[in-house]
Design a protein around this ligand. Structure first.
Ligand SMILES: [Zn+2]
Length: 147
């Protein structure tokens, strides 16, 4: 199972997810705000102070996508491939209004995946759903995945 998320936290990893594609980066790393590409993990229990890149001297910043920035190209390419290749896309708790991520649902649908949407309310993606389950993810998903 591949997880594609817009979340920048590490909750999926801590829950045991093996393959996680974080479209908006991760708060568990800092990267160079310059163009040298330096990145390093951050100890979330002891986050570092503002500092400069050890390679080029530019300011370090969280390795997350800020408004107006492009998504990490490798994460986006991996997410597109996962959505093209999946048999079932389980879409959980999204308004489906933030693009380009919301476009992954249509991509999977056009690749003939079955679309299951779990949400507390109908969304812009409801029309793409083969099955739409309305309710809290914390209730619906465990019941859906229970064998
Ligand atoms: Zn740098």
């Amino acid at each position: 199972m591949i997880h594609v998320t817009q979340n920048v936290d590490d909750l999926l990893h801590r829950a045991g997810a093996k393959q996680v594609i974080q479209l908006h980066g991760t708060i568990a790393a800092d990267r160079c705000h310059g163009s040298c590409g330096y990145e390093e993990p951050v100890d979330m229990t002891n986050p570092p102070n503002l500092r400069n890149c050890p390679q080029c001297g530019s300011q370090m910043r969280p390795a997350v996508v800020w408004f107006g920035e492009a998504l990490p190209s490798s994460a986006w390419t991996d997410a597109e491939q996962a959505c093209r290749d999946c048999d079932v896309l389980l879409v959980i708790g999204t308004s489906a209004v933030v693009y380009p991520a919301a476009g992954l649902i249509g991509l999977a649908k056009s690749a003939e995946a079955r679309i299951i949407i779990v949400n507390t309310h109908q969304s812009d993606a409801s029309g793409l759903a083969d099955v739409e389950l309305l309710g809290k993810a914390s209730k619906v998903v465990p019941a859906l995945l229970d064998e």
